[in-house]
Design a binder for this molecule. Sequence first.
Ligand code: BJ8
Length: 426
Amino acid sequence: MNEKYIPMWEESGLDLEAHDLLLKVLSQAYQNIYLAQDSRPSAMEYFDFVMSEIHGSRIRELLDEKQQGRKIIGSYCVFVPEEIVLAANATLVGLCSGADFAMEEVEKYLPRNTCALIKSALGFKLGRVCPYIETADMIVGENTCDGKKKAYEYLESMVDNLYVMDLPQMKTEKGYELVKNEYNRFKTAVEELTGNEITTDSLKQAIDTVNAKRSALHRLSILRHADPAPISGLDALLANQVFFYDDPARFTESVNKLCDELEKRIESSQGVKKPGTPRILFSGCPMAVPNWKIPWIVETSGAVIVGEESCVGERGVRNLTDNSGSTVDDLMDAIASRYFKIDCAIFTPNADRKEHIIKMAESASAGGVIHYGLQFCQPYLMESVQIEKALEEKDIPCLRIETDYGMEDVEQIKTRVQAFIEQIGD
Ligand code: BJ8
């Protein structure tokens, strides 16, 4: 435990003992998974630093912002528009968690067969180990899957600042109207929280800031199309995870710096693995820090991951927001249109997602797709069958993996992954 942050964590209301345990697990996993990799780009040092300080200097920055009157808003879903938050001079941070914590407590509220992501989100609150949730002035939940919807009913009794956003299930005109109305309602709530009115200029500027973040990740995605892959899937995933925590401008600059280095690597045919290494596209549920289990299994089994069709990945950043409007209303419309395109499996039907996966696999020259579904995640698990079928029709092999955050099934998954890699490598 970094001694200098103890008073800050104590003041934030963390359970120091439990938090210390979490940091130890996180740091050990990082050593074993990230720092054990070969041929990492040197620009990844920045992301290593962010991870080492994820509960330290970043929290200090957020607390400094709060002291200067800036509000912090936490979210569990990529449907919460960062543009609106930034335009009101507030900061958005991701709250999803990728590790089991305080499970005994969690299961007093949620059934055992709830997905690990939801259990973890509640566990981090009940265990008092997440400085982000404790720092947030507003926590935004959203009506997406049933599990999340119902879990927010419990979260509401644990925090005094939960705001729930309603979202549609279908991509119809009515669905679009709901998103638009809900984003306007959210805008008013954020303006009230911050005391700052959102103007055309502030919204335009916020759109540009978030678009720049997304564009930097688009650049990274395209560079991963090269063979040999200039960066591991694990490192690219890390950049996508840091997207949800870091200062936006600093994040954009760091990803662009990484991309400059990757361009040079590609020019000199330098890769993280040999040319011709089996290439895999990852698709499915979001992977929050420190959920690196499956990518780690894949990349230590002789393959390289060349894209993530995930909310922590392409699905979260695919589209930019049009900044050409000249009024707040125009820009709010542009925001609603941009987010309404997100192809989350909570929508029915959700045909766009199949097309996106096929397009991503083809453009990254992936030999196969690994579909990752968290146990008890009905939307993604149910959709995985259709996806496998759509991929088969295009002669793209697909391996469906259903797992949780535990490590008990690592060997079993490794055996399946190795057989899959052999199949696509032939
Ligand atoms: S836009 S994917 S971030 S809802 S894994 S909690 S779906 S049972 S996370 Fe998500 Fe927003 Fe959609 Fe993206 Fe439910 Fe499934 Fe659990 Fe999930």
